[in-house]
Design a protein around this ligand. Structure first.
Ligand code: HEM
Length: 441
């Protein structure tokens, strides 16, 4: 039978989830007593066998799911509930809230980051740590900034003729450049030991993002919250035209963590990309390179040019690369355990002087458009460099909560190119040397 989640039931779960920071502190003195009390409190909540999809508005279902799934993550992190009846009630509540949203019954990134109420409404956190609240707010800010760039890129992609595309790209470029400056700086801010103390993150609140394992085999059944589940990054990745096996594998796999509407939007964007509607395809149709792989160890050749452009454009800072060097993370080497790259060869760019001369003889409109493509690639490249540095600072070499190898997995993203021919032809390098990425709006 489908039951409606009454306001009383919702309020009871909200109260339970809001009590987690205090229980976290009490657990430091003894988890057993905390779990026993939590079990008693769960049994006192009227049962939630099913949540009606008609329990509108959707905000109610999200809030309820966030509350229930946070309680489940808390109980799992501290062991397990000592009372079988309470454990069954919690399990049933998780299944009900997940079914009402069409998601996996485990806390996910969209709920914890995006649908978590922000003050003045009560924010849901596991701990009383100020850095956890900051973590949620900073992450949310990144999501909102990326979200705002999606329609901007859509407008560029809607330019049918080359002239319309060039004009739309020129008009959008300053917004994209500013947006990625903000996003990448926010990403780098997670490296700051004052704003995000490593101990508070690794030993304080990150353990609550743990995956669910099969105790018998150790196999991951459901991944915990991870930026890997960020829907805005995936939408931008599709618009850009990133296309490789790893990216597509995770896009398919992560569908289970997204509500139906988000999943549909991502599927549509992926189908658009596969139908040739992406920035990568616009580039290739104009300037060639359709057959070049978009992920390849050979793209190491363009790393220095992209890095130089990303520094100058303000899309990555020297502190991020210094941090990677100090942590011994090589970004110029294809990670040893990374999957076999495609067998296609990636040509090496021509000598600098030849590339610069070829760039100088292009019509100025083409030079502008090529430079914008190079700048856009550098914005995303800067995002990936800041991100891998953040992960190196915060988690070192342990696996990610989203089920990957962590830092090594993230290094692979530095070998993604939406516009590979731009770099193999040397024209991207020439644009980088011309240093026009901040003046081509
Ligand atoms: C303390 C901060 C962060 C750490 C430690 C971190 C760590 C990781 C790790 C280890 C992964 C690999 C997947 C996994 O196994 O979980 C990952 C993936 C990802 N994270 Fe983060 N991350 C952080 C912040 C962010 C932020 C602020 C964003 C912004 C939206 C973000 C977006 C992503 C995306 C989009 C992926 C997938 C990348 C890809 O497929 O190439 N992360 N992150």
């Amino acid at each position: 039978m489908i039951a409606h989640a009454s306001p009383d039931v919702r309020a009871a779960w909200a109260a339970l989830s809001l009590s987690l920071p205090a229980r976290h502190e009490a657990a430091a003195r003894g988890a057993e007593a905390v779990l026993a009390q939590l079990a008693a409190d769960i049994l006192a909540v009227p049962s939630l066998d099913a949540v009606s999809a008609a329990d509108r508005p959707i905000e109610h279902r999200r809030a309820l799911a966030l509350d229930v799934l946070m309680v489940e993550a808390f109980a799992r992190r501290h062991g397990s509930l000592p009372d079988a009846q309470a454990a069954r009630a919690l399990h049933a509540a998780c299944a009900a809230v997940a079914a009402a949203l069409g998601i996996q019954p485990i806390l996910n990134y969209p709920l914890y980051i995006r649908h978590n109420p922000l003050p003045p409404a009560p924010l849901r956190t596991f701990t009383p740590l100020a850095s956890e609240a900051r973590f949620i707010r900073m992450h949310r800010a990144v999501e909102e900034r990326l979200d705002a760039l999606i329609p901007v890129l859509d407008t560029v992609l809607d330019g049918h003729s080359d002239d319309a595309f060039d004009a739309a790209f020129a008009a959008a470029y300053p917004t994209l450049a500013d947006g990625f400056r903000a996003v990448n700086a926010l990403m780098a801010a997670f490296q700051d030991p004052q704003r995000m103390p490593v101990d508070a993150f690794t030993a304080g609140f990150r353990p609550y993002y743990a995956s669910e394992y099969d105790p018998a085999t150790g196999r991951v059944l459901r991944e915990g919250p991870s930026g890997l589940q960020s829907p805005t990054f995936r939408a931008v990745a599709m618009q850009l035209g990133y296309a490789d096996h790893g990216l597509d594998h995770w896009t398919t796999h992560l569908a289970g963590y997204h509500e139906t509407a988000v999943r549909d939007d991502l599927n549509r964007r992926r189908a658009d990309r596969d139908a040739g509607h992406s920035m990568a395809d616009r580039f290739a149709a104009r300037f060639g390179g359709q057959t070049l792989p978009r992920l390849h160890p050979g793209h190491a050749a363009s790393l220095p040019d992209l890095l130089a452009m990303a520094y100058r454009g303000g899309w990555v800072d020297q502190a991020s690369t210094a941090l990677l060097a100090a942590a011994g993370v090589r970004i110029d080497v294809w990670p040893p355990d990374a999957p076999e790259p495609p067998s296609t060869d990636v040509p090496h760019p021509p000598p600098t002087a030849v590339a610069d001369a070829a760039f100088a003889t292009l019509p100025s409109a083409d030079r502008g458009t090529l430079s914008r493509f190079a700048g856009l690639e550098a914005m995303l490249f800067g995002f990936h460099v800041a991100h891998v540095a953040t992960a190196a600072a915060q988690i070192g070499r342990v696996p990610g909560t989203g089920g990957t190898s962590g830092v090594d997995f993230l290094v692979i993203a530095l070998y993604r190119r939406a516009f590979p021919a731009l770099w193999t032809s040397g024209l991207g390098g020439a644009a980088a040397r011309a240093g026009v990425e901040n003046t081509i709006g």
